[in-house]
Design a binder for this molecule. Structure first.
Ligand code: ADP
Ligand code: MG
Length: 246
């Protein structure tokens, strides 16, 4: 199986600071890959390389086998959906307008499809500023998937959401069945949803693999400086409980 996304020896330097150092990783088609790591470990820098909002980098990044440096802006926007960490001030438009507005205005049926995928059809004509935090994030997700991308890049999409809406967002994204690369702050959410985990520590890829291989006691201690314990619920689900190191 070929990788959908491949990073080969990727480094990013801001002045004298190495934000990413020789990162090599592969993300398989249809997988949900979680990027975890402490603040400043390079998660957003890595995601921004995929979305075109990046500084200079060395190494190679391919999506569908194509060097992303060769992708034109419009092609990139079709292929790669993006929900960034800080979307900035929201425009005073309706939910449907948020989804449709762009260099090429989207037709109504594509807007309806995107809103349907995130369960917001009933609010299509509501003003964006009237939405709750969870609904706003779903509207931004609808915008991110409006061109039916094969790859979705999400930077801490669950921040500022209460637990019900965090789970709802990740359930929706999981159900889309497309490749997802998602920075997550919440280690147990990554543990619940990720097919693959990339653990970043000070710009280096510390570990990559399945949740049981990556979200381990040792990694949690070394990278996050916390004590981590995995528990199995009666229903058989693994969860991670974090506490202060002794
Ligand atoms: P994370 O998303 O994991 O919190 P970032 O990728 O945002 O981390 O940042 C990684 C490192 O690079 C941090 O030390 C940050 O201060 C630095 N950095 C990020 N963007 C810039 C920039 N545009 N200019 C200078 N330094 C930056
Ligand atoms: Mg970040």
């Amino acid at each position: 199986m070929t990788a959908h996304v491949r990073f080969e020896n990727v480094s990013v330097r801001f002045g004298s600071h190495d934000a990413l150092r020789n990162v090599s990783a592969e993300i398989h088609r249809g997988h949900l890959a979680a990027i975890i790591g402490p603040n400043g470990s390079g998660k957003s820098t890595l995601l921004n390389l995929l979305t075109g909002h990046h500084a200079a980098y060395s190494g190679e990044i391919t999506v569908d086998g194509v060097d992303i440096a060769r992708l034109r802006g419009a092609d990139r926007a079709q292929k790669i959906g993006v929900l960034r960490q800080d979307s900035g001030p929201l425009p005073d438009v309706t939910v449907a307008e948020l989804v449709s507005l762009g260099p090429r205005t989207l037709d109504r049926s594509a807007v309806e499809q995107a809103l349907d995928r995130v369960g917001l059809s009933a609010l299509a004509d509501h003003p964006l500023p009237s939405l709750s935090g969870g609904q706003t994030q779903r509207a931004l997700l609808a915008r991110a998937i409006r061109h039916r991308p094969s790859l979705l890049v999400l930077d801490e999409p669950t921040n500022h959401l209460d637990v019900e809406h965090r789970i709802a967002i990740l359930d929706m994204v999981e159900d889309m069945g497309i490749t997802v690369v998602c920075a997550l702050h919440d280690i147990d959410l990554a543990n619940q949803y990720a097919d693959d985990v990339l653990v970043l520590a000070a710009g280096r890829l510390h570990t990559q693999g399945s949740v049981t291989h990556t979200i381990t006691r040792e990694v949690l201690r070394e990278v996050f400086h916390v004590n981590g314990e995995s528990v199995i619920t009666a229903a058989g689900a693994r969860h991670i409980i974090l506490s202060r190191l002794d």
